[in-house]
Design a protein around this ligand. Structure first.
Ligand SMILES: C[S@@+](CC[C@H](N)C(=O)[O-])C[C@H]1O[C@@H](n2cnc3c(N)ncnc32)[C@H](O)[C@@H]1O
Length: 210
């Protein structure tokens, strides 16, 4: 773990130029759509949206999509892409450290952001509060990778997650009907140079009265 902040602002302009990253986000978006029926009345939040590689896929299918990120440059790229694609139901929220996440969303998604969060259990409680009842949360991230996935672990608080441990945190935050599936696989040289396959899970849970 390296707790220095990674400067995502510097990476925003070229973020979408990595084909493996684009493919991974598309796989995650498809995995979410398999788990959650997307309907025209839905308001969706993408936490740690980056340039919108996941969230923008949903915009034509739902009422609104909001991208939330601590990097202003990332959300500016997402806004520009939404304009270019003629999507007028895309909004953004610039999140300051410790800032409020208040909202009333039908679905919250997050892809490859949780390993950058120091206290994921606390974030899960915030995301639970920002959902309507009923509502759903889907989090995609690396299965435990031993710190191998990132070539530079700056800003990486978690070397992936154990699905069961994340599921327990979902339950403690109030979610039920928790599922875990494999959303994607990425084969590439790890930090030590050896080629290996990294898997990305999708854990989903429901906020409901039951
Ligand atoms: C690895 S990128 C993933 C971006 C996007 N979800 C994707 O799949 O391309 C992680 C994103 O999380 C954002 N992030 C990191 N820490 C954050 C925090 N505490 N609050 C909100 N966003 C955060 C970063 O700015 C970055 O855009």
């Amino acid at each position: 773990m390296n707790t220095n902040r990674r400067d995502f602002d510097k990476e925003a302009a070229n973020w979408d130029e990595n084909p493996a990253r684009v493919r991974l986000a598309a796989d995650v978006a498809r995995a979410i759509a398999r788990q959650v029926p997307l309907t025209p009345d839905m308001d969706i939040l993408d936490f740690g949206c980056g340039t919108g590689l996941v969230a923008l896929n949903f915009a034509p299918l739902v009422k609104s999509v909001t991208g939330a990120d601590s990097s202003l440059a990332m959300i500016e790229v997402m806004e520009a892409k939404a304009r270019e694609q003629g999507l007028n139901n895309v909004h953004t929220r610039h999140l300051l450290p410790g800032g409020s996440l208040a909202g009333a969303y039908d679905l919250i998604v997050s892809s490859m952001a949780f390993h950058h969060i120091e206290q994921p259990a606390a974030l899960l409680r915030q995301l639970f509060a920002a959902l309507k009842m009923p509502g759903r949360l889907c989090v995609a991230d690396l299965d435990s990778d031993g710190g191998e996935f990132h070539h530079d672990n700056t800003g990486v608080f978690h070397f992936g997650f154990e699905r069961n441990a994340l599921g327990d945190w979902f339950r403690q935050a109030g979610f039920s009907k928790i599922t875990a599936t494999t959303a994607a696989e990425v084969t590439r040289p790890g930090r030590t140079g050896a080629v290996r396959t990294f898997s990305v899970f999708l854990v989903c849970g429901e906020k409901n009265a039951g």
